[in-house]
Design a protein around this ligand. Structure first.
Ligand code: 4NP
Length: 153
């Protein structure tokens, strides 16, 4: 199973989603691939935002091996699941999809925890540290629900 987490900058939300899901699959001994990318390329090559690194570290997860990159068309072939954080990521990723199979790989990550609701993971970039705690907790819930959904099929 290969999963890519997608947000706008690939420095705040999707690095957390990548770190949280990787931690869970490692604890289960699963040989899955988890990656992340941003629909925008402005932060390519950068470490995750310091506030994401901090909240993850407080919860026992290290994000410092990650570097930002831009999502591209090749990712539709490389990954089985493309999990986006918000409705704007969803629109931007679908715009790049060229086949129905590609489109069928894309899902809003919170729909795993809250089916059919199309809730967005709020963008914490311009807010304070509390926003990163909220994002971490939402992504923890979503990643756990995603993992359970995969393991039960
Ligand atoms: P992310 O947050 O999409 O969760 O990584 C953002 C990071 C950077 C910017 C916006 C959102 N930015 O405008 O540079």
């Amino acid at each position: 199973m290969k999963i890519v987490m997608v947000c706008l900058g690939n420095i705040c939300r999707s690095p957390l989603a990548e770190g949280i899901l990787r931690d869970k699959i490692q604890k289960k001994g699963l040989d899955w691939t988890v990656d992340s990318a941003g629909t925008g390329g402005w932060h390519a090559g950068e470490l995750p935002d310091e506030r994401s690194i901090q909240i993850a570290r407080q919860r026992g997860i290290d994000l410092t091996d990650q570097r930002a990159r831009q999502f591209g068309r090749a990712d539709f072939e490389r990954f089985d699941h493309i999990l986006v954080m918000d409705t704007s990521n969803y629109t931007n990723v679908l715009r790049l999809a060229q086949t129905g199979e590609h489109r069928s790989k894309v899902a809003m990550i919170l729909n795993y925890a809250y089916p059919g609701q199309d809730f967005s993971v709020p963008d914490p970039y311009y807010g304070g540290p509390d926003g990163f705690v909220e994002v971490f907790d939402l992504l923890e819930e979503a990643c756990e629900a995603f993992l359970q959904a995969q393991l039960s099929t």
